[in-house]
Write a protein that binds this ligand. Structure first.
Ligand SMILES: N[C@@H](CCC[C@H](N)C(=O)O)C(=O)O
Length: 264
């Protein structure tokens, strides 16, 4: 049997995309997903996404991490799925779709970037010894670093230590390290250790969203410009007096890289 796939990337966070409108892909086959995401034995990606039909929405996005298991929301993956849906002519430039954390709206801009509305983040942010913890569709720790500390940081070791500590061992968390810009006109630099990939990725959409919201408590003004090793993203939001954030949008590129078939 062969599987037809498309490969997409959003600021270097890369995904195998499968048009599964006919719902033939066995989502319980973790080994298959893991193999397709394997960079030596398969196609290679940080995650795999099925685009499925849904009665109430334009489509459903079903997201798996590279470990083969269903993940929570993926911001870069969401933007790439919107671009994929457009390529398949499932949508035009506006859409409403459903993902693991609920309904999302998105718009494809004239320059091809995808502006994706994220779920509101309600309540106060939790500040603890690991950093700031918040859920932007996926769980994230945000740890702020002083200028010039990020490049030399061993993100895999430091991120893994938090992801597998007593608090997070069972359910896991993604871990973001963010460098405070020396002047407000410069971007916030971010590097992320991703749960489910269990490695540093080039970018994480729910991660930069978490950084932007946590940074607003340190004076960052919407829209926040963030720079990941894979490219630049923008996050806009409205901060509410009770500590919640509403009207959150993640904006950035979503690029089709190649397509093909793989024997499985
Ligand atoms: N790369 C993603 C984040 C995906 C979620 C994550 N790995 C998890 O399940 O915890 C993004 O762009 O948001």
């Amino acid at each position: 049997m062969t599987i037809r796939f498309y490969k997409y990337q959003g600021t270097g966070n890369d995904f195998v995309m499968v048009d599964d409108r006919v719902q033939q892909f066995d989502a319980s086959n973790h080994q298959l997903v893991r193999r397709l995401c394997d960079r030596r034995l398969g196609i290679g990606a940080d995650g795999l996404i099925l685009l499925r039909q849904h009665v109430d929405f334009d489509f459903e996005m079903v997201y798996f991490n590279a470990d083969g298991y269903l993940g929570s929301m993926c911001g870069n993956g969401g933007r790439c799925t919107v671009a994929f849906a457009h390529h398949l002519r499932v949508i035009e430039n506006e859409t409403r779709f459903i993902a693991a954390d609920g309904a999302h709206e998105a718009h494809i801009e004239a320059d091809g970037t995808v502006n994706l509305r994220m779920q509101d983040v309600l309540g106060q942010q939790e500040v603890g010894e690991d950093g700031v913890f918040l859920n932007t569709g996926s769980p994230h720790i945000v740890r702020f670093l002083d200028p010039s500390r990020l490049t030399e940081l061993n993100v895999v070791n430091e991120g893994r230590a938090i992801r597998y500590n007593e608090r997070f061992r069972e359910r896991g968390t993604n871990v973001n390290f963010a460098e405070i810009p020396p002047t407000p006109d410069l971007p916030w630099q971010v590097r992320t250790y991703e749960r489910g990939v269990e490695d540093e990725t080039l970018s994480c959409g729910t991660g930069v969203t978490a950084v932007a919201l946590a940074a607003s408590r340190r004076g960052a003004i919407s829209p926040v410009h963030l720079r990941t090793p894979g490219g630049d993203l923008r996050v806009s939001f409205e901060a509410q007096p009770d500590g919640s954030f509403t009207n959150i949008y993640l904006n950035g590129p979503a690029v089709r890289v190649f397509e093909g078939s793989i024997a499985v």
